[in-house]
Design a protein around this ligand. Structure first.
Ligand code: FES
Length: 124
């Protein structure tokens, strides 16, 4: 059974490493590990859990952000349609962690700054 490593990167630079089982979402794995990742609907409709993929597999091994957006669709399977994200947001690397199952090791920026970048956030 292959697990993938998801590294969650918070705005203050802190990171949490989570081993995600093959049929598990990133949110479920984080909660199992006691990591308080924000969520609400858990159905892909609200963006509360959104993250932005900043590295996949061997990309950016030093943890620095890639200059090019990373297509999150290449790194995740979704349990259901991610209704809260536009195609453009998905192409820019945004991913709904409550319904996303990783297909590769990945590094994901999370937190209120990322949440403010998508959807109908009043903080934009
Ligand atoms: S918790 Fe609502 S989209 Fe993930």
């Amino acid at each position: 059974m292959t697990r993938y490593d998801a590294t969650l990167e918070w705005p203050d630079g802190r990171t949490d490493a989570v081993a995600v089982d093959p049929r598990e979402t990133v949110l479920d794995a984080a909660l199992r590990e006691g990591i308080r990742l924000p969520s609400d609907c858990r159905k892909g409709t609200c963006t509360t859990c959104v993250g932005r993929v900043i590295a996949v597999g061997g990309d950016a091994p030093d943890g620095r952000e890639s200059a090019e957006p990373i297509d999150a669709a290449a790194a995740f399977d979704y349990r259901r349609q991610p209704e809260a994200l536009t195609d453009g947001e998905r192409a820019d690397g945004y991913v709904l962690l409550c319904i996303a199952v990783p297909r590769a090791d990945c590094r994901i920026a999370v937190g209120p700054t990322i949440r403010a970048e998508v959807g109908d956030s009043p903080w934009r």
